[in-house]
Design a protein around this ligand. Structure first.
Ligand code: NAP
Length: 292
């Protein structure tokens, strides 16, 4: 696709952004569908200026990453209902000068679970972590629980407790909070079907870390680690060895981008290609990390 005077721009705003693989994922999708769009990453220091720039330049949309997912909210014109509940935005759509905020992170986890045959309805889910990613996941899964339940475990218990209370107040779902403690995990995991790691434990460079001892895992579990670097974390390797089903962090990464693509272009995302590009871009980053 030739870049010309009609090319529409989508951007990433965050800080840092230099290791992001979103440009490879989105640009490959635009090209595959013959869409006259490009995607570029911007390391942003002046957030207000960047948001004014999106309007002033007619930029079609933006991905929003750390540290701006919450800070951007007061700068937008409208919020989608889910983003409002979560209190964080990872996607902006510019509709004729009106900036609308969405959050596609939690939906991506729900879609991944369904794609692997683990529809959350009526299941017991253990969610590790109560940070930004966990919030987005918890709000979406709580809406899909049916008669199931979700327990949020976090190192800082207060954060898990506040999140569970907020979800209960907003969605009336069966959600509890616990401290990230092996004895408590051991009690609860026996009857759980889905375990999601949304802590940063196990992420490069601390790849030897894991949020749960391997002897607590069982083969009736689906273990989803949202950490995507390394591609297979210690948690996933240990879960795979004992016969549990595993879902890697790339699933969330690509599917949240797929939803952004749909919001910006109105077309379904070419997910297979986005997975392929995402995987190869992450492999390159891992090699760079190892050599630098
Ligand atoms: P965050 O807001 O900083 O939250 C970090 C979470 O990890 C908190 O719950 C924190 O617990 C916990 N944690 C950190 N160090 C810990 C330790 N040593 N022991 C126990 N718990 C610890 O980060 P985030 O944005 O939610 O991201 C979390 C992870 O998800 C990161 O690895 C990120 O790369 C990954 N992620 C992946 C995707 C994807 O698309 N696959 C998307 C977003 C994020 P406390 O509350 O006690 O500090």
């Amino acid at each position: 696709m030739e870049i010309n005077a009609q090319t529409r721009l989508c951007i990433l705003i965050g800080n840092p952004v230099k290791h992001s693989v979103s440009p490879q994922i989105h640009n490959s999708a635009f090209q595959a569908l013959g869409l006259n769009y490009v995607y570029l990453a911007f390391r942003v220091i002046d957030l207000e200026g960047a948001v004014r720039g999106i309007k002033a330049l007619g930029i079609r949309g933006a991905s929003v990453t750390i540290p701006y997912k919450e800070k951007i909210i007061p700068l937008l014109d409208e919020l989608d209902d889910l983003a409002q509940k979560i209190g964080a935005v990872n996607t902006i759509v510019n509709e004729g000068g009106k900036l609308i905020g969405y959050n596609t992170d939690g939906l991506a986890v729900y879609q991944s679970l369904c794609a692997y045959g683990f529809e959350p309805k009526d299941k017991k889910i253990i969610l590790l972590g109560a940070g930004g990613a966990s919030r987005a996941i918890a709000f979406v899964l709580a809406q899909k629980l049916g008669s199931g339940e979700m327990i949020i475990f976090n190192r800082t218990f207060e954060r898990a407790k506040n999140l569970a209370q907020e979800i209960k107040a907003k969605l009336k779902a069966n959600v509890r909070a616990m401290s990230l403690d092996d004895a408590l995990l051991a009690q609860e995991i026996k009857t759980a079907k889905i375990l999601i790691n949304a802590t940063s434990l196990g992420m490069t460079p601390e790849v030897e870390k894991t949020p749960i001892p391997k002897n607590l895992l069982h083969s009736d579990l689906c273990v989803f680690d949202i950490v995507y670097n390394p591609a297979k974390t210690r948690l996933l390797s240990e879960a795979e060895k004992i016969g549990a089903k595993i879902i890697a962090g790339i699933e969330m990464l690509v599917r949240q981008a797929g939803e952004q693509f749909r919001l910006w272009t109105g077309k379904p995302a070419p997910l297979e290609l986005m997975f392929e590009k995402g995987r190869s871009a992450l492999e390159k980053i891992t090699k760079q990390d190892l050599t630098s």
